[in-house]
Design a protein around this ligand. Structure first.
Ligand SMILES: *Cc1c(COP(=O)(O)O)cnc(C)c1O
Length: 405
């Protein structure tokens, strides 16, 4: 299962934002200045011990870090003679890993003297995490969201408004995430002096994929230490779901220099293999450029961005973070997919054996864990990144099951 890899895996991206052939900074001239300013400010922040201290304090006392590494005993006993551990990002404030990134980016915005924040959101989770960080710092916050997503995720729209954010309905195209990103970027271009764009995943033009990874790598670094303390060794397999790729890259990063840990990213297999029925970029995407970065993109024969589908709104983006494409080329991480149906099985198994309702996104990682545990040698240790909690998904799961809950 394991292959050797070069230490250069830890040194990407290069100064132009490339992860091998992936990534880069494909942006209009009008955005370049802001992207360069962000990179300069980020590098300055890294040298400033007060920045690190303030972020660590917020992560600890506001967001709830470190999150536990939990040995799921009943789940493990059902899956065979293995030990399954859950990294509990679901216990963070606002219910998912996204707050790790929004707190960091809002601190950067403040350093740049920017008092206005724009962001996009699909399912609403990143919008809620951004609105939360803005409320905390008293920043003006505008969230772009597709009209279709606003209907599907009405609860999150209400949450964002209660937190003081303005939610703008995007009514063009498919009226979902892709269009919301375009609108957020357009807003940013026109208000570049006063505004910072808080991007929600390890995507977009350089330096975003790097910055988001670095704000999320606390997951993997913490988890590595916890394994050494709790088990005296590292896991054999580490599994995370991959939407844009931020929770997975943050989780993987802590184990990149440990080739004995097999890293597995799980994409949304949706309801079938037909283009439009899934979001498995590695299974059927091709190299392309979307929202400023070169990576695997789901597209039709003419290069038009394809529609996507997943039972979990957080996984149905047509492109994948460039660093994942790079790790895949180097065989450092394996990418696979599970279907909507399998994800639902994972959702129920974890709920009923451990009393933990996972987000449908995270349920994809649980479902893959279910699949492989039966093939692993006795005594293997598996780590699953539980990226978020399932409260947001209960009504959807109930209606999909058509059971009386
Ligand atoms: C947004 C989200 C994801 C997908 O985003 P990544 O950037 O791939 O991590 C996964 N899980 C949860 C709970 C989310 O809210």
């Amino acid at each position: 299962m394991q292959k050797t890899h070069s230490p250069s895996l830890l040194t990407v991206p290069d100064s132009s934002g490339y992860y091998g052939p992936y990534g880069g900074r494909f942006a209009p001239e009008s955005l370049m200045e802001a992207l360069l300013q962000l990179e300069v400010e980020y590098n300055k922040a890294l040298q400033d011990p007060r920045f690190k201290e303030e972020l660590e304090e917020l992560l600890k006392n506001y967001a709830g870090r470190p999150t536990p590494l939990y040995y799921a005993k009943r789940l493990s006993s059902i899956l065979g003679e293995v030990k399954v551990y859950l990294k509990r990002e679901d216990l963070l404030h606002t219910g998912a890993h996204k707050i790790n990134n929004t707190l960091g980016q809002v601190l950067l915005a403040r350093r740049m003297g920017k008092k206005r924040i724009v962001a996009e959101t699909g399912a609403g989770q990143h919008g809620v995490a951004t609105a939360t960080a803005c409320a905390l710092f008293g920043l003006e916050c505008r969230i772009y969201m597709g009209e279709v997503d606003m209907e599907r995720q009405a609860l999150n729209v209400t949450r964002m408004k209660m937190l003081g954010a303005e939610v703008v309905a995007v009514k063009v195209g498919q009226r979902t995430l892709k269009e919301a990103i375009n609108e957020a970027m357009r807003d940013w271009v026109t208000h570049i002096r006063t505004t910072h764009y808080v991007l929600g995943s390890a995507l977009g033009p350089h330096p975003y994929p790097m910055i988001v990874r670095n704000f999320q790598k606390v997951i993997g670094e913490e988890c590595r230490e916890q394994f050494l303390r709790q088990e005296g060794r590292l896991p054999d397999v580490a599994i995370a779901c991959v939407g844009g790729g931020s929770n997975a890259i943050g989780f993987f990063y802590g184990f990149l220099s440990d080739p004995q840990v097999q890293l597995v990213g799980v994409e949304a297999g949706g309801k079938g293999e037909k283009l439009g029925d899934h979001a498995a970029r590695f299974a059927s995407g091709r190299l392309g450029i979307l929202h400023g970065t070169k990576t695997f993109v789901l597209q039709d024969d003419d290069g038009q961005i394809a529609l996507t589908h997943s039972v979990s709104a957080g996984l149905d983006y047509p492109a994948v973070g460039p660093e994942h494409a790079f790790l895949r080329d180097h065989s450092r991480a394996l990418y696979t997919k599970v279907s909507d149906e399998e994800a639902l099985e994972g959702f129920f198994l974890l709920s009923k054996t451990e009393g933990i309702l996972p987000a449908l996104e995270s349920a994809h990682a649980v479902a893959y864990c279910m699949k492989i545990c039966r093939q692993l040698p006795k005594g293997s240790i598996v780590a699953v990144n539980l990226s978020g909690r399932g409260d947001k998904d209960v009504s959807q799961v109930a209606s999909l099951q058509q059971k009386a809950f």
